[in-house]
Design a protein around this ligand. Structure first.
Ligand code: ADP
Ligand code: ZN
Ligand code: ZN
Length: 785
């Protein structure tokens, strides 16, 4: 709905009739409907309201997160004159309508008469005053045009003629396009060219106007059942393979799942399957069953861009029933996919967090792969957890929710223990493969014996050498990107810090800059210490970039590559590394946790964890859980092929239970131990937790907001005796993106009570002039840094 809001117009969403209006509220008339049918099903509206209530987020923000991009949907909104409008137009033409009508309205009438179906967006800009009135008085109406939105034109591209030499002033992107055409000849499908040259359609148009290339009628080079993008990465296992025969363990899990699906009732199943146990096959079979039963299915993965192999599998099994929804798509692609789902053309959605809002009807199963992954939690308003929303979505749809992981989140395993979730297990690897054997390398001992602080122990070094001898592949995990951790002045002890955040800057060699990993701020590397002028600046600690360099020097002849978020940012490079590694064109792959995520590289027989304990020192109650998950997951990358795998875990805390139990790949043991800690410290899952942060660019204002919140808590404490309130205190990250942060932690055995208090807090803030941006309420925080 287009509605008047103060002095401007805004898009609103109709949720339903209100009850009685409070006295004194003035009613204004809506300007017109923007859509001809509801964009969100009642199920999704309910889901949105649940999120708004549970996470204390304004409904407007929630629905904005749920809908496809506004700008895209407006494309198809056209305005026509109504009968009334046409009559007015005739009157105007006949000169009967002059005095009462202002110029703008007459102009609008003439415009619409001339151009029926003009775009709503353009009209809004051209006739800001007249248009709302025209809609309100109903002489013009908005029409949602239901044309095929997703059919896009495909161009053939070729060079305009042989170019003796490239024009010197060509942009890098234009150069890439021309080089790609020279190398591979004319392109039948411009989208493939764009992907290869990392270019946009507009770049092609520019080159075409400049007479360097020619655009013609092209043809879509998508193989049936595969979309462009589905094959990117070109991993060898892209070739369509027949699904394997299920193992008895897989069949048993499915025999447990199918009746739940067919009963059409809601239920949550936690699939605890060790790494390499074949969980993906379970997901695929469950989805196939949904389709057979005429239902749809939704599967969430942590970061889709990281798992091109999963995409290929989906397209090869379900063909063009699949829609991808993730943030790596262009707005247009995402919008196309959204509408494909909305129209019921795609009945399987594979996507990341926000795909949980995919407008699938008749949903049979909602699957959350790697359900423990923290990227399911959104770190801006609405701060929802994709896994938890997936469960609620399944509940509203009467669907089965299937959560899968080798290292379930404590919350999920606890729910299974408590009987809220049904637990299914895959205790062994497919094909009788053994889990990798894990050895702990005590780095304190290493230091005592060598008296040097080196990142790679003699033991690990030796193992890598043996791998190279045997032409076997190695993965090395170091959960720190960049070159060195920070730049330290040896004279005065200062480190270079971010101007916006209270963290040290990390040195990145490729850019030759110091970069903040929180806000992205970057600065040139000083040659002298800015604090004392000393020249003794020292790079401390190793990042993946340095390790990559080290191995290249250490093992000449070995093919070394790196995979971390810096590489992943350049998509083609990222895909190349993945594909080269799976084709065994790389011997040693150095990476951050990105390499631990779900990949299936059968050639890897050695995994080295360079430092298992980077996270253990953090003041975050999930530190041990994260370390356990990371080490177990990365260990799970070893020995997935025919040869058994080995893992070396280097650590300064060889006795820490997270390290020990991960080495034993003993999830149950870790769960019991960690639950003891959570119980004692009153942390989730035994208590409900919320993080409330007062934040502002000015420290005084942050302190004042914190003070007001503190006073509010003191005032209502009596009403909520069961809630433990810690704080105010500076957040562990006391400043992020220029904002000072002061924190309260709220713990309660009763979720309902905590929720009631937070609701009162939100109301109180609204009444006492605290801006929404000045206070962050995070329900079920994943990180309390
Ligand atoms: P997980 O996600 O549990 O770590 P995957 O689903 O990646 O494990 O499966 C591990 C490997 O086993 C994959 O290479 C997969 O193709 C293979 N696999 C899965 N199920 C079977 C099966 N029934 N028979 C043969 N191979 C299988
Ligand atoms: Zn100094
Ligand atoms: Zn910063």
């Amino acid at each position: 709905m287009l509605v008047p809001l103060a002095t401007r117009n805004a898009t609103g969403i109709v949720l339903g009739p209100t009850g009685k209006l409070a006295p004194g509220i003035e009613v204004r008339e809506a300007l017109g409907a923007l859509d001809t049918e509801p964009v969100l099903s009642s199920e999704l509206v309910k889901l949105g309201l649940w999120i708004s209530d549970y996470y204390l987020a304004p409904p407007g923000e929630v629905f904005r997160a749920m809908l496809p991009l506004r700008r895209e949907t407006r494309h198809a909104r056209h305005v026509h004159l109504t009968e009334e409008g046409s009559r007015k137009m005739q009157e105007l033409a006949a000169g009967l309508l002059t005095e009462s009508r202002e110029g703008q309205e007459a102009a609008l009438l003439a415009y619409l008469d001339h151009r029926p179906g003009a775009s709503l967006d353009i009209l809004r800009k051209k006739f800001p005053d007249a248009l709302p009135r025209a809609l309100a008085e109903r002489w013009a109406a908005v029409e949602e045009v239901k044309k095929e939105r997703s059919r896009r034109k495909v161009f053939a591209v070729q060079l305009a003629g042989p170019l003796p030499e490239l024009p010197p002033r060509l942009s890098p992107v234009a150069r890439r396009i021309i080089e790609a055409l020279e190398r591979h000849g004319p392109a039948e499908d411009h989208r493939k060219l764009l992907e290869a040259a990392r270019a946009q359609l507009s770049n092609l148009r520019t080159l075409s106007r400049a007479g360097l290339i020619e655009l013609g009628e092209g043809k879509c080079e998508c193989r049936p059942g595969k979309r462009p993008g589905a094959r990117e990465g070109g991993l060898p296992n892209d070739d369509v393979e027949a699904p394997p025969t299920l193992t008895p363990a897989q069949s048993a899990v499915l025999n447990d799942l199918f009746p739940r699906l067919d009963s059409r009732g809601f239920g949550v199943v936690l699939l605890h399957g060790v790494t390499g146990s074949g969980k993906t096959e379970i997901y695929l079979h469950l989805i196939a069953r949904c389709l057979e039963r005429g239902r749809s299915a939704l599967m969430l993965v942590p970061e889709i861009a990281l798992t091109p192999a999963m995409q290929s599998l989906f397209f090869s099994r379900f063909g063009d029933q699949v829609a991808l929804l993730h943030s790596g798509l262009t707005e247009r692609e995402r919008d196309d996919a959204w509408w494909q789902v909305r129209r019921g053309e795609a009945r399987v959605v594979l996507g990341t967090r926000s795909a949980v809002f995919a407008p699938l009807a008749n949903l049979g199963a909602v699957i959350v792969d790697e359900e423990h992954d923290s990227s399911y939690k959104q770190d801006e308003t609405p701060r929802y957890h994709g896994r938890d929303v997936a469960v609620v979505r399944a509940q509203l749809a009467g669907a089965v929710a299937l959560l899968g992981s080798a290292t379930p989140a404590l919350e999920s395993y606890w729910n299974a223990r408590e009987g809220k979730y049904h637990l299914a297990k895959l205790a062994e690897r497919v094909g009788g493969r053994e889990l990798a054997t894990v050895e702990i390398v005590d780095m304190r001992q290493e230091f005592r014996e060598t008296h040097t602080q080196v990142p790679i122990s003699r033991r690990l070094n030796q193992e890598i050498e043996a791998q190279l001898q045997a032409s076997a592949q190695t993965m090395l995990l170091l959960n720190r990107r960049g070159y060195s951790w920070f730049l330290l002045c040896r004279s005065c002890g200062q480190t270079q810090r971010c101007v916006n955040c209270s963290v040290s800057l990390t040195y990145h060699r490729r850019e030759h800059r110091l970069i903040c990993h929180y806000c992205g701020y970057s600065t040139a590397v000083p040659s002298l210490c800015p604090a004392c002028g000393s020249e003794y600046l020292h790079y401390v600690g190793e990042g993946t970039e340095k390790l990559e360099q080290k191995f290249t020097q250490l093992f000449p002849g070995a093919r070394v590559a790196r995979l971390d978020r810096d590489v992943a940012r350049r998509r083609s490079e990222f895909l190349r590394v993945l594909s080269d590694f799976s084709r065994k064109k790389i011997d040693i792959l150095v990476g951050t946790q990105l390499i631990a995520k779900g990949h299936d590289f059968p050639g890897v027989t050695l995994v080295g964890v360079v430092s298992a304990d980077i996270g253990l020192g953090l003041p975050d109650f999930r530190a041990a859980e994260r370390t356990f998950q990371l080490v177990t997951q990365v260990a799970g990358r070893a020995g997935r092929g025919d040869a058994p795998g080995r893992v070396l875990v280097q650590t300064f805390f060889p006795d820490h239970y997270a390290v020990r139990l991960a080495a034993d790949q003993n999830y149950e043991g870790f769960f019991s131990k960690e639950m003891g800690f959570r119980r004692m410290m009153h942390y989730p899952p035994v208590t409900a937790l919320a993080n409330v942060v007062a934040q502002h660019e000015k420290l005084e204002r942050a302190a004042q907001v914190a003070k007001e919140i503190g006073e509010f808590f003191t005032k209502v404490e009596g009403q909520f005796p069961a809630i433990k309130i810690l704080g105010p205190g500076p957040a562990p990250l006391a400043k992020v993106e220029q904002r000072y942060r002061i924190q309260f932690l709220l713990k309660s055995a009763s979720r309902a009570t905590l929720h009631a208090l937070l609701k009162q807090l939100a109301d109180h803030c609204a009444q006492s002039g605290i801006q929404p941006r000045e206070v962050m309420i995070d329900v079920d925080p994943v990180s309390i840094m």
